[in-house]
Ligand binder design. Structure first.
Ligand code: ZN
Length: 154
């Protein structure tokens, strides 16, 4: 387990389409653990493997209700629309307004290779959409309006 340096905007890996995980082996388990260590160290709400330099389809999210680990996540349904503030650990000091689905259902594999699904709303749904975008090489600033410096007030 280790805290990694988070890759920042400008690095090519953040623009790449991450590769699907074929075998859930010790390396993938280690990757999940390293992502969690790095996320909690940075006090973020979510992190995708490319953000620690690994171009694989692995994300984690924790919006305050516990850790979710998702391997090969796929949004299988989405509903509603909501605009809210977003930031990203790979783009320090900035925030923007992003319109996303309010509810999503995501299909994924857990660390034991079991197929699962997760239905999420609001903050958790937003974090999942943000992290899954990272796997497609999409950053929130590609979707955001009113990108601005993070002030103490927000
Ligand atoms: Zn991000």
């Amino acid at each position: 387990m280790a805290v990694y340096k988070i890759v920042e905007i400008g690095d090519e890996i953040l623009k790449e389409k991450a590769k699907p995980v074929k075998n859930i082996n010790a390396n993938i388990i280690k990757l999940l653990d390293n992502l969690a260590d790095t996320l909690y160290d940075a006090k973020g709400a979510g992190l995708a493997a490319p953000q620690i330099g690994v171009s694989k389809r692995v994300i984690i999210v924790d919006t305050g209700e516990g850790l979710h680990e998702l391997i090969n996540p796929q949004i299988i349904s989405a509903a509603g629309q909501e605009t809210d503030i977003e930031g990203c650990l790979s783009i320090p000091g900035l925030i923007g307004d992003v319109t996303r689905a309010v509810t999503v259902k995501v299909k994924y594999l857990d660390r034991h290779g079991k197929e699962k699904d997760l239905t999420a709303k609001s903050m958790l749904a937003r974090a999942l959409q943000h992290e899954i975008d990272h796997l497609e090489g999409i950053l929130y600033v590609d979707r955001a309006v009113n990108i601005r410096k993070l002030s103490q007030k927000e």
